[in-house]
Design a protein around this ligand. Structure first.
Ligand code: NAD
Length: 269
């Protein structure tokens, strides 16, 4: 069921950047802020027509402005362009959601070095760059909300995910340092730690699992959830969007440096 009401809407429209928002969690979070009448900047890969469709959806949902900046989050120069363009075109950057991420699975001894570098660059180093570049304006305005989409894999490990688990543990550490450094300036930084969410990133893993175990896709879904997620259901995209809206709202001003699981009980085990 898609819930369209965002009960934790911020009291005033905001300017928001969501990285990796052409798909999955990032797109859902961007749409949540759009429904809250925010001006929204996104980035992420996709064909021109797909990106236009996302921008149209953001505007139709209520975004006062919707722009896409075609930055590759593995490139520092691109990230500089992303932050400067967002600030120039939206007028400010109140809420930064670091969401762009990729996955690669292999045992440690088989993990290609270039894949390690890529996962760390996109899932961790990019957030360091967006944050360091966004903070001066946030500090000048004495307001900022930084939301890092980490993962349960920032809190616990899983086999064959060395780079991903290292990056996600890293982003939770980075978040804590930012929270401490900015605590007196009305800037908060928090990590959101989802369990399984049905997005293209997970669909790729399901397809691989079904092939590996010679089972149907439905069986692969059941096995995936049974192994880790006690709720036995995927975390709905709308719940992630609502959590991010809440973290950006005045009611969350004292939540700072936290790593918040939204995982159907995964990390309670
Ligand atoms: P997704 O594959 O649906 O979306 C990833 C987004 O990142 C896309 O918009 C893609 O274009 C963008 N992206 C990838 N590489 C990029 C690059 N180099 N430059 C710019 N954009 C790039 O994945 P998702 O499942 O929505 O994942 C989003 C975030 O949530 C990731 O950080 C992921 O680690 C995290 N997460 C996902 C799950 C899950 O179960 N899906 C669980 C926990 C955490």
């Amino acid at each position: 069921m898609t819930v369209q009401s965002d009960s934790y809407a911020t009291s005033t429209p905001t300017t928001v950047l969501v990285t990796g928002a052409t798909s999955g969690i990032g797109k859902a979070v961007a749409l949540g802020f759009a429904r809250n009448k925010s001006a929204v900047a996104i980035n992420g890969f996709g064909h021109g027509s797909e990106i236009s469709a996302v921008l149209d959806e953001l505007k139709a949902s209520g975004a006062t402005k919707a722009i896409h900046v075609p930055s590759d989050m593995s490139q520092v120069k691109d990230i500089e362009t992303l932050i400067i363009t967002t600030q120039n075109q939206l007028g400010s950057l109140d809420v930064l959601v670091n969401n762009a991420g990729i996955q690669y699975t292999a045992k440690v001894e088989d993990f290609p070095a270039e894949k390690w570098d890529q996962v760390i660059a996109i899932n961790l180093t990019s957030a360091f760059h967006t944050i360091r570049l966004a903070l001066p304006m946030m500090k000048a305005r004495n307001f900022g909300r930084i939301i890092n989409i980490a993962s349960v894999h920032g809190l616990v490990g899983s086999v064959q995910k060395a780079a991903y688990v290292a990056a996600k543990h890293g982003i939770i550490g980075l978040t804590k340092v930012v929270a401490l450094e900015c605590a007196e300036q009305n800037i908060t930084a928090n990590s959101v730690c989802p369990g399984w969410v049905l997005t293209p990133l997970v669909e790729a893993q399901l397809t691989a699992n079904a092939k590996r175990d010679n089972v149907t896709n439905d069986q692969a879904v059941h096995n995936l959830l049974l192994e880790k997620q006690p709720s036995l259901r995927f975390v709905p995209l709308d719940e992630l969007s609502q959590l991010c809206l809440f973290l950006a709202s005045p009611g969350a001003s004292s939540i700072n440096g936290a790593a918040l699981p939204i995982d159907g009980g995964w990390t309670a085990r």
